[in-house]
Ligand binder design. Structure first.
Ligand code: FES
Ligand SMILES: [Fe+2]
Length: 371
C-alpha cells in the first residue's frame, strides 16, 4: 500500500490554471518535448486510413502506408504550407494530394508529382518530402513526439513497458468513443483522476463498487502515477450493475479479477484497466480554460463479435462518472480564477496529486532554466 503522503503539499497557485504565459510555457517545455498519446492503431483499418492529431498550431497525419506500417507526418504541404487533410479521420487513396496546386505525395510522404515545377531550374521532388514526426506504438497506442531530438520512447516509457501485458491491449478495438468539451484547465482533469477523496460524495455509483479507501499506488513518482483499487463484495468491473460486460481479457486471472487499475500518463493520457475492458482518456488542451477529452472504451474484438455483446453498462457508468468529474472541474476552474483563491492543503488521500504537481513543475521548468 501507499507509503507516500501529501506531506503538507498545497494546490498550485492560480496562475497555473489561468495564465496564457504558463500555457505557452507548457507548449514549449512539455507538449513539444514529451511523447504524446495520439490514438489507437486499430483506428487505421487499411492502407490509406488516417487520423489527425492536432495540438497548438501543429497537425499531424497518422496513417497506414502501403507496407502496412504506421507513419506520422506533418500535415503541411511543402509548397506553400497548406493543410493537406482537413477531416479528423478518413481514407486516403494511394496518395495525399494538396487541395491548392495538387502537389501529390505518397503514403510515406515522398513527393511524387508537382505540376509544372519541372520548369523550375534545379527543382527535385526528392528535396520536398513531408516532414516526418517521431512515432512509436506501445500496446496498440500510437505516440508521437514533436521534439527535434526526442528522448527514445523505450527509455521514456521504461516503467510501463511490459507492465500491462496480461490485458493484451494491442488486440483491443474501440467499441465506443465519446468526446467531451470542458471549460477548465487540463491539469484539473489529471488532478481529479489522481484521488478518490471525492468519490463518496460525487460518485455514489463508483464508491459502491470500489470504496474510496480500497486504493493503492504502485507508481508514485515521475511521469506515470497510479495503481489498483479493489472491488467490494462480488463486484467484477466498473459498470452500472457491477458485472462484467465481457469475459476477462486475455491473461487476466487471480487477484487481477478483483482489481481495476488507474494510471495517469503524463502529459495527455489516462489509462484505466478493468478485467474486461480498457478505458483511455485523451486530454486535449485547447486553452488555459478549455479542454477537450476523447474517451474510448476498448474491448476485445472476439467479445464485440458476439451477438449479445453490449458495452452499455460500461459506457453508461463512465459517461456518468466523467460528467460528474468534468462538472466539478469546471466549478474548480471558476473558483480558482477568483481573487481570493490561494493554494489549499491536500489531504493524505490526495498524495498522488502532490506527486503529479511535483512532476508537472519539474517538466515545466526543465527547459526554461537552460535558455
Ligand atoms: S500549397 Fe500545396 S500544392 Fe501549393
Ligand atoms: Fe471522479
Amino acid at each position: 500500500m501507499s507509503t507516500r503522503t501529501a506531506s503538507g503539499a498545497k494546490t498550485l497557485p492560480g496562475k497555473y490554471y489561468t495564465s496564457a504565459e504558463i500555457f505557452q510555457l507548457e507548449s514549449q517545455n512539455i507538449f513539444k518535448k514529451q511523447w504524446l498519446y495520439a490514438g489507437r492503431i486499430s483506428q487505421l483499418k487499411k492502407t490509406g486510413s488516417y487520423f489527425l492529431f492536432n495540438i497548438d498550431h501543429e497537425s499531424i497525419i497518422i496513417l497506414r502506408d502501403q507496407n502496412d506500417e504506421v507513419k506520422a507526418m506533418h500535415n503541411v504541404c511543402r509548397h506553400r504550407g497548406t493543410r493537406l487533410c482537413s477531416e479528423a479521420e478518413g481514407e486516403l487513396s494511394k496518395t495525399i494530394q494538396c487541395p491548392y496546386h495538387a502537389w501529390t505525395y505518397d503514403l510515406q510522404g515522398n513527393l511524387l508529382a508537382a505540376p509544372n515545377m519541372s520548369e523550375v531550374t534545379g527543382f527535385d521532388n526528392a528535396d520536398y518530402p513531408l516532414h516526418r514526426v517521431a512515432m512509436s506504438v506501445w500496446e496498440g497506442s500510437v505516440f508521437i513526439n514533436l521534439a527535434e531530438n526526442p528522448e527514445p520512447f523505450e527509455k521514456a516509457f521504461k516503467p510501463l513497458i511490459g507492465k500491462f501485458e496480461q490485458w493484451h491491449m494491442s488486440e483491443l478495438a474501440v467499441a465506443h468513443r465519446l468526446v467531451y468539451e470542458m471549460d477548465a484547465n487540463w491539469k484539473l482533469i489529471f488532478q481529479n483522476y489522481s484521488e478518490c477523496y471525492h468519490c463518496p460524495n460525487l460518485h455514489p455509483q463508483l464508491n459502491r463498487l470500489t470504496p474510496f479507501r480500497n486504493s493503492a499506488n504502485d507508481l508514485e513518482e515521475g511521469p506515470f502515477l497510479g495503481g489498483p483499487m479493489k472491488f467490494a463484495q462480488n463486484f467484477q468491473s466498473m459498470t452500472m450493475s457491477g458485472r462484467r460486460c465481457a469475459a476477462p481479457l486475455g491473461g487476466i486471472s487471480g487477484e487481477d479479477l478483483r482489481l481495476v487499475y488507474y494510471y495517469t500518463i503524463f502529459p495527455n493520457m489516462l489509462l484505466s484497466l478493468h478485467p474486461d475492458y480498457v478505458l483511455i482518456h485523451q486530454i486535449q488542451r485547447q486553452s488555459p480554460t478549455h479542454t477537450r477529452i476523447v474517451c474510448d472504451w476498448l474491448f476485445h474484438p472476439d467479445a464485440m463479435a458476439k451477438p449479445d455483446f453490449d458495452a452499455g453498462d460500461a459506457i453508461k457508468f463512465w459517461n456518468t462518472t466523467n460528467k460528474q468529474d468534468w462538472q466539478v472541474s469546471e466549478l474548480s476552474q471558476q473558483g480558482i480564477a477568483s481573487q481570493v483563491y490561494a493554494p489549499g492543503p491536500y489531504s493524505e488521500l490526495e498524495s498522488m496529486i502532490a506527486d503529479w504537481d511535483r512532476h508537472y513543475l519539474k517538466a515545466l521548468s526543465i527547459h526554461s532554466n537552460s535558455h
